[in-house]
Structures are given as C-alpha cells and as structure tokens.
Design a protein around this ligand. Structure first.
Ligand SMILES: C[S@@+](CC[C@H](N)C(=O)[O-])C[C@H]1O[C@@H](n2cnc3c(N)ncnc32)[C@H](O)[C@@H]1O
Length: 261
C-alpha cells in the first residue's frame, strides 16, 4: 500500500499531539522571546501601538513575549486547538486576557483567513510567523497562499517577519541535500513527502513536518506574493542565543519583507 502524503491535517494533528503541546507550552512559560526575535521585532516594529497579527502562535511563546514588551494590540492565531488553549490560559495567567490590552486569540488556518471576520483587509500594521511555522505548510503553492493572505490583511508599508531553515547554511547540510536530491532523482525519497526540501521526522517532541527552502526559493515566493524583501540573515549573525534557546531550536534564517506602498 502506498504511504499517504503529508497534508495540513497531518501537521495539525501532530501539533495537537500531547508531546508537542507539552514541548511548546513549556517554551511559552519558560523561554519567551529569543534574543534575535526581540532585536528584529524592536528594529522593524518600533511602534508599540501597532496592531500586529501573529500567525502560528502555538502555546503563546512569542505572543506573550510581545505583550510583555508593551505591544498591546495583538491578534494571534493558530490552527492547532490544543496549543491555542495553552496560549489562552497563559494569557489569563499573565493578565493579558481582559481589558483594553487583552490579546485576541483566533482559531484559523494561515492559508484561509477569509473565513475570519475579525481579519479585515489592510487592518494590520505588521505580521509575524515565527519559528518556521510558514515552512510547516505542505506545498509551495499553499505557502504562497498564506503569504498572499498576510499581504491582504496588512496595510501598505507593513513589515512581515518570519523564519525558515536554509538548505545551504553549512557544508554538512549541503552534502546531506545532495544525497537527498539523488534520492528524489530516482524516486527513492520518503513517499510521504510533498516536495524536494521536505522533511518529516520524529523525536522526543513528537512528529514534525518541515520544508527546508534555499534562499532563492523564499526570494521567489516573496516576489510572487507582493512582498518586497528587506532583510535576511542567519540567526547567529543577529544574536548569540542562550543554550536553552539553542536546545529548543535549530539555527534558522530570519526574513523581513514589506508590503509595497
Ligand atoms: C514551530 S511551531 C511555533 C509555535 C510558536 N510560534 C513558538 O514559536 O513557540 C509552528 C506553529 O505554526 C502553526 N501552524 C502551522 N501551519 C499553520 C497553518 N496553516 N495555520 C495556522 N497555524 C499553523 C502550528 O500549529 C504551530 O503552532
């Protein structure tokens, strides 16, 4: 029997799994924003009064970090209900669930925001999709759909900040991907994968689907969806992260793009 391809439903179920929920809830409670995230957020979103949209908020690690920095017009969404419940309860614990600074949490899919009445056209001053969430959408066209959705709900000039892996970031990685390319060339790749660059692996934090792009792929996706590339750099070039952050997350590339005026 042929193995089934990974779908958005697979990814959502993996994030709703208890192992993943515990992993992301612990990070939301204990880790908070990475040093690199904070630097770029404060550089590209200097106005604390900005209305921000955070995609793939998970258990609220970035959301509550933003709120603690004084960003008090926050809308955060995720398609994994169990993680969203964790984010809501952390917000309640920290007093970010009532009054004029309350965070709005929504259950939504980044590729289909039209169903959400709260997400009106050009309503946001900036958008974030941190810790590689965009790359956990299977299929390049679906990732482009998500980028188009963020473009639609952001005002002209708004920045979009997100991260990805980078297939070319180290010699070891380049060798690994040469082997993987050879597997795809003769059809011997993991049959569950959707595209070259995909990985689906299992560890103590559960099952993870991830698309690993190269730099040109992301530049192409931004250009195709109305975003002007403004900045990109590997995390290590932005900040020295603590051991706890490096333990939680691999090296990644940060991207900042801006909706044209
Ligand atoms: C790696 S986790 C990061 C969670 C959180 N931002 C953090 O940094 O701890 C990626 C998140 O993106 C969410 N996600 C992936 N695809 C999504 C989609 N199509 N729509 C909404 N959320 C999505 C997942 O459910 C997960 O919570």
């Amino acid at each position: 029997m042929e193995a089934e391809k990974i779908t958005p439903a697979t990814v959502r179920a993996d994030f709703n799994d208890l192992l993943a929920v515990v992993h992301y809830a612990r990070a939301a409670h204990q880790l908070g924003l990475w040093a690199s995230e904070r630097i770029l957020i404060e550089r590209y979103l200097p106005d604390r009064g900005a209305h921000l949209l955070e995609a793939g908020c998970g258990a609220g690690r970035v959301t509550l970090g933003l709120w603690a920095l004084g960003y008090h017009h926050l809308t955060a969404f995720d398609f994994a209900e169990e993680l969203l419940d964790q984010a809501r309860s952390l917000a309640a614990e920290r007093g970010a669930d009532t009054g004029p600074t309350a965070i709005t949490f929504l259950h939504a899919d980044a590729t289909a925001l039209r169903g959400c009445q709260l997400l009106v056209d050009e309503g946001f001053d900036g958008a974030l999709f941190m810790f590689n969430g965009l790359m956990q959408i299977p299929g390049r066209e679906n990732r482009r759909t998500a980028l188009r959705e963020f473009h639609r709900v952001c005002r002209p000039g708004a920045p979009l900040i997100f991260t990805t892996h980078d297939r070319d970031h180290s010699p070891a990685e380049r060798v690994l991907w040469r082997f993987e390319a050879a597997r795809w060339a003769c059809g011997e790749q993991d049959p569950r994968l959707v595209e070259y660059g995909d990985r689906y692996f299992e560890d103590e934090t559960g099952r993870t689907f991830m698309h690993l792009p190269d730099r040109d792929e992301i530049l192409g996706d931004l250009a195709a969806t109305g975003w002007n590339h403004e900045f990109d750099a590997m995390r290590r070039e932005i900040a020295q992260e603590s051991a706890a952050v490096r333990d939680f997350s691999d090296e990644c590339r940060f991207w900042v793009a801006r909706k044209s005026n």
